[in-house]
Design a protein around this ligand. Sequence first.
Ligand code: NAD
Length: 105
Amino acid sequence: MRAVVTGGAGFLGSHLCDKLLAEGWDVLAVDNFITGAKGNLSHLTKNKKFKFQKADVSRPLKVAGKVGYVLHFASPALSALSRRARPRGSRSLRSASPGSKSGSL
Ligand SMILES: NC(=O)c1ccc[n+]([C@@H]2O[C@H](COP(=O)([O-])OP(=O)(O)OC[C@H]3O[C@@H](n4cnc5c(N)ncnc54)[C@H](O)[C@@H]3O)[C@@H](O)[C@H]2O)c1
């Protein structure tokens, strides 16, 4: 059986790839590295049952071969995004939300 794991280079997705491979699955991980890291998958590159495809899963995606399951973990954890993507000096979402007493954008 073959599974596609979106967000495969992320925290949960990479551990899921490990688990599925350990159980004998073929795995295609898909990720665009917005918060994930190649290093999370580097130990799998020599595994013949593992493939990786760099892609943004919010766009139409074609994958080669049959797919049994798609496990969708391509959703950046907010903590990872705020560490990596929030511009310096920007306010948190909470403080920028409508009705917040602590300010707006
Ligand atoms: N880590 C936890 O303990 C935990 C707990 C509960 C819920 N969650 C949720 O599970 C999800 C995954 O969590 P995580 O900790 O693995 O986050 P993560 O940021 O480590 O992993 C998300 C992965 O998805 C990738 N990604 C994001 N958008 C993409 C896109 N459009 N196309 C391709 N790849 C994309 C990122 O590059 C990253 O590798 C998040 O939504 C998070 O909120 C996480």
